[in-house]
Design a protein around this ligand. Structure first.
Ligand SMILES: Nc1ncnc2c1ncn2[C@@H]1O[C@H](COP(=O)(O)OP(=O)(O)OP(=O)(O)O)[C@@H](O)[C@H]1O
Length: 594
């Protein structure tokens, strides 16, 4: 896999002018095509039955029956009815506008979550924002602009730790408010330390006081927008730099001065090397999706930024790492960047919230499209798919994202696609048309799996399951956010046996109904090397804890992540042997990250 970092450079942007961004609204593929069906194709009664003609000879080995079905498990041709029916259990919150208002958030949903904090002299948690000294303007923005009534559990614990100047490694479930948990203390800190000389005009170099790194461009933009909202009328200047967008605009905003810089690593490194940005004055460093930022694909770039460029050493800055997942080995590596840090986990590390109803159905690759079509038709008929109930579909490869998008549009479901091969304005248009409901379905690779906070995502479909449990946790976490409910459906077949055990365990832990056949797949694969690989990333707790290793050994076989884990690039660079996308599409380079 090649990382788009290297194509995100200043040089590329200066040689290749970005395409015009002021295009008309997003045009879904079905409108671009010459063939526009008069009537959306509807399934018939026969379509509903799962085809038994093809693909049945595939043996799943072990205890399976050769049809890829666990003994005793009969595929129910009307399973998707059951899925759609479960929507009635969801309390979809109608939002009056696209802003998350903080109202309608079911904080009780978070109250029973276990919290683990380790480290020395841990500051006490707070119950209200009023108890925290964030400064008057910021408190006012929290209350009146964001309409946050009280802190979420991660905020209750993390903000006092960060305000006390302590380094922090924090893990909390998807959609539980981690962005504010690192933004608020950073803004409060910048407000206290800010001097007019944060920008060296003579050299035209930007000297930010805080740096927030994120793995994808879209997440970067989202954090930037949030931070701007929090900083309203504070005088704190926020800027963003990320690849794929015109560098000139970003340079112009840097020239106006920057206190908090939000960046993807590629564009940041490039601008540092071109002496447009200096990290010399950094006092606060935050890594969002920190485990992703430090895994084997990104680690060299992060190390370069944090250790080899002009960033002050750990003792002279405050470092905060946040994610919903934190594999033990990544924790160990991350500790290089931290000093005397506090480890905080709200909910088990890598767990999903039980606000998400998880369903897993057995679907062979060749049946996936028909199954999906029937599922979407049922949802639509029930009013569970549309402007106010968006559906996010994850596939394994960029090519399959495009092809599924086209197919969906042809069969009457306006969809957009987002993946790493699209130019940035196409990515942004696809995301915008999904967010505003013009195309209520978004087909995505893992580029959209982390961090994105899209209101009204009611359903996440893992059309192709990922190969590690952490990706699954992040993907399904695009729904069921900020106390709201959501539905996640996964299409499973024998090719996904590697994740059977961790998904089964995750579902059990989140009080979901996990089917027996999944358990049988889990058991028949539990001794395999692959399974241990896929589950080993499931970090348990602070790796410094005395008993942590033995606990991990017990749970997951004491697996050493780096002993056999292939580089992440390999994880993403081949697919399930041609079947991953359904419909027999050829496998190509898989999901891209920025
Ligand atoms: N205290 C609060 N009260 C109400 N809403 C909040 C509060 N804190 C955060 N939110 C809202 O919750 C949503 C999810 O927050 P955020 O995106 O920070 O989650 P996250 O934990 O970073 O998720 P992920 O792991 O997917 O990145 C956002 O829409 C945010 O505005």
């Amino acid at each position: 896999m090649s990382y788009s970092y290297f194509s995100d450079t200043y040089a590329e942007m200066t040689q290749k002018p970005a395409r015009q961004t002021g295009r008309p609204n997003y045009l879904p593929p079905h409108l671009r095509d010459t063939y526009i069906p008069d009537q959306p194709e509807r399934y018939t009664a026969n379509d509903r039955g799962l085809s038994r003609g093809r693909g049945r000879g595939r043996s799943s080995g072990g205890r399976m029956d050769g049809r890829g079905v666990a003994p005793g498990y009969e595929r129910n041709p009307n399973q998707y009815h059951t899925l759609s029916d479960r929507f009635s259990e969801l309390k979809l919150v109608e939002e009056e506008n696209s802003q998350n208002t903080g109202m309608g958030i079911n904080f009780d949903a978070y109250e029973d979550i276990p919290v683990e904090i380790t480290g020395s002299d841990v500051p006490k948690p707070v119950n209200t924002f009023a108890e925290i000294d964030l400064g008057e303007v910021l408190n006012d923005n929290i209350r009146n602009r964001c309409k946050y009534v009280k802190p979420t559990p991660i905020q209750r614990h993390a903000i006092p730790v960060a305000l006390a100047g302590r380094d922090l490694m924090a893990c909390a479930q998807t959609g539980s408010g981690k962005t504010a948990a690192f933004c608020f203390p950073i803004i409060a800190g910048v407000l206290k330390t800010k001097s007019p000389a944060t920008y060296g005009r003579r050299e035209s170099v930007a000297y930010p006081l805080a740096l927030i790194l994120s793995p994808t461009r879209e997440l970067c933009c989202q954090i930037f927008e949030e931070a701007k909202k929090f900083c309203f009328q504070t005088n704190v200047k926020v800027a963003v730099v990320y690849g794929g967008a015109p560098v000139y605009t970003q340079l112009r905003s840097l020239e106006r001065g920057v206190d908090i810089l939000v960046a993807t690593p590629g564009r940041l490194t490039d601008l540092i090397e071109r002496s447009k940005i200096s990290l010399q004055k950094i006092k606060y460093l935050a890594l969002d999706e920190a485990d992703r930022m430090l895994d084997m694909g990104f680690e060299p770039q992060i190390r370069k930024i944090v250790e080899r460029l002009d960033m002050p050493p750990p003792a002279s800055r405050q470092t905060m790492l946040f994610s919903a997942t934190f594999p033990i080995e990544i924790q160990r590596m991350a500790s290089d960047f931290l000093k005397n840090y506090i480890f905080l986990s709200v909910g088990r590390v890598g767990s999903s919230t039980d606000l998400i109803i998880q369903k897993i159905v057995f679907v062979e690759d060749f049946e996936k499209r028909e199954y999906l079509r029937n599922l979407l038709h049922d949802e639509k008929a029930k009013g569970n798919l549309g402007k106010n109930a968006l559906t996010l579909i994850f596939v394994e490869t960029k090519r399959n994202a495009d092809s599924l998008e086209n197919w969906l549009c042809r069969v009457g479901f306006p969809a957009a696609a987002i993946h790493g091969d699209k130019v940035q304005y196409e990515r942004e248009r696809a995301l915008a048309s999904f967010k505003n409901g013009a195309t209520p379905i978004l087909v995505a690779t893992d580029v959209a799996s982390r961090g994105l906070d899209i209101p009204r995502v009611a359903h996440v479909i893992n059309f192709d399951l990922p190969r590690d449990i952490d990706s699954y946790v992040h993907r399904i976490g695009r729904t069921g956010r900020a106390g709201k409910s959501g539905l996640a459906t996964a299409f499973f077949n024998a090719k996904n046996s590697i994740v059977a055990k961790p998904i089964f365990e995750l579902m059990k832990e989140a009080h979901q109904e996990a089917p027996d056949w999944l358990n049988q797949y889990a058991e028949s694969n539990s001794s395999s090397r692959d399974c241990r690989r896929s589950s080993s990333k499931f970090g348990g707790r602070d790796f410094r804890s005395k008993n942590n290793d033995s606990q991990e050994n017990e749970d997951y076989g004491g697996y050493d992540y780096y002993a056999t884990q292939p580089p992440v690039a390999a994880d993403f660079s081949d697919s399930y042997g041609g079947g991953g996308g359904g419909g027999g599409y050829e496998s190509v380079i898989a999901s891209g990250w920025d």
